[in-house]
Design a protein around this ligand. Structure first.
Ligand SMILES: [Fe+2]
Length: 141
């Protein structure tokens, strides 16, 4: 599976799904910055991604609490996931555009795994059974 949102990645909530689509598009921008070996585009793209990822984490916590999904473990995993992203950012910015072809492939694979496999499939899918007890457009007031 590539860096693309499909129905298979739906976790059963419209807000979360739409944020995931946006995050995937931001991860793609990071990926393009790497491929273009453009350090400043890359750091801009990382800034946006990190900002919206944190907003997303807060929204997920709010929804999880409302649907009574136990969120402690999830929250730790989110923090770990943010650290992983920041680690990749630091590794990349340290070499400011001077990435070998191998490094470009490595980071693009890692980013895709981080977003699709790590964040959506392994982590947020755990919320799906709880979310499916509610309307797809559910948002806590
Ligand atoms: Fe998420």
């Amino acid at each position: 599976m590539g860096l693309i949102w499909t129905n298979k990645l739906s976790v059963g909530n419209a807000i979360i799904d739409s944020e995931h689509r946006n995050l995937i598009s931001m991860v793609k921008d990071v990926s393009h910055g790497i491929k273009a070996r453009d350090g400043s585009a890359l750091s801009q793209a990382f800034k946006l991604l990190e900002y919206w990822l944190c907003v997303h984490f807060v929204n997920e916590a709010k929804i999880a609490q409302a649907v009574k999904f136990p969120f402690e473990q999830h929250k730790l995993a989110q923090q770990h996931s943010l650290k992983e992203l920041q680690y990749m950012r630091d590794e990349l910015t340290a070499k400011d555009g001077m990435w070998s072809d191998g490094a470009v492939n490595h980071f693009n694979r890692s980013l895709k795994n981080w977003m699709i496999d790590g964040h959506i499939i392994k982590l947020d899918m755990l919320m799906k059974p709880a979310l499916q007890n509610y309307d797809y457009n559910f948002w806590p007031d």
